[in-house]
Design a protein around this ligand. Sequence first.
Ligand SMILES: C[S@@+](CC[C@H](N)C(=O)[O-])C[C@H]1O[C@@H](n2cnc3c(N)ncnc32)[C@H](O)[C@@H]1O
Length: 247
Amino acid sequence: MSDEKIFAVPLKVEDVADCHFYHTMEVPGHGLMNGEWDLRGGVDDYLGRVAFAGQRVLEIGPASGFLTFEMEKRGAEVVSVEVTAEHGWDFVPYPASKLEEVFGPRRMVMQRLKNSYWFSHAAHHSKANVYYGDVYNLPAALGQFDIALMGSVLLHCRDPLRIVEQCGQKAKSLIITDMFHPDLESAPVCRLAPTPQKFLWHTWWHFSTQFFTQFLAVMGFTTAEILRHQQYRLGRAYTLFTIVSKR
Ligand SMILES: C[S@@+](CC[C@H](N)C(=O)[O-])C[C@H]1O[C@@H](n2cnc3c(N)ncnc32)[C@H](O)[C@@H]1O
């Protein structure tokens, strides 16, 4: 199946002060960590109401790992794919003079984000594995999966369809969760989010649900479920969609 050598050696993070929590989450033995996104009330919808018991799951972009540990709690074996320190992010190519201001602080946030994952991983006694690498060229050594989860990650990636394609080659079921944009619905489209004025260096796209369901159908997948749900970022409600498709 998979080659264990490609997985990261768990990082020992002893001090919670070295962590940046993206998710609001309970960390056993340490209490509630406050993060940007609180998915606790809507996690079943976020994950497409899929049954995870006995499933091998490929998770693209775990951030602090709230979903990793929730899926494990439901009986999944999880492999998470995260960006390397060298690549850092699919930065939107604003002029170098503007971007350079972002690189240093971002590098620190990303390290602290990875620390939050490993801090929680230890506290949960998690068995999840992490592959730090190129999401556009996932190695065969990762093996095959029952489910691949792309949760709020495709909007941040230059080539989202390549990621869907790669996940489609590795998994029988795909879960895609992203921001819902009612004005884009009823056509298979995506819209470029950054403008010269709005310095959106971290986010590329707004998607319609049809953008994915049509592409998934092209790949031979059948969409079983499209859910819409509210999730909370810094106390404000946002509408997201979750698509579940099967080969
Ligand atoms: C907005 S967070 C979403 C976290 C989690 N999946 C969720 O739904 O709550 C995006 C995650 O994807 C990762 N990510 C962003 N760009 C990536 C890329 N090009 N390759 C791999 N991971 C990426 C980020 O580092 C982060 O862990």
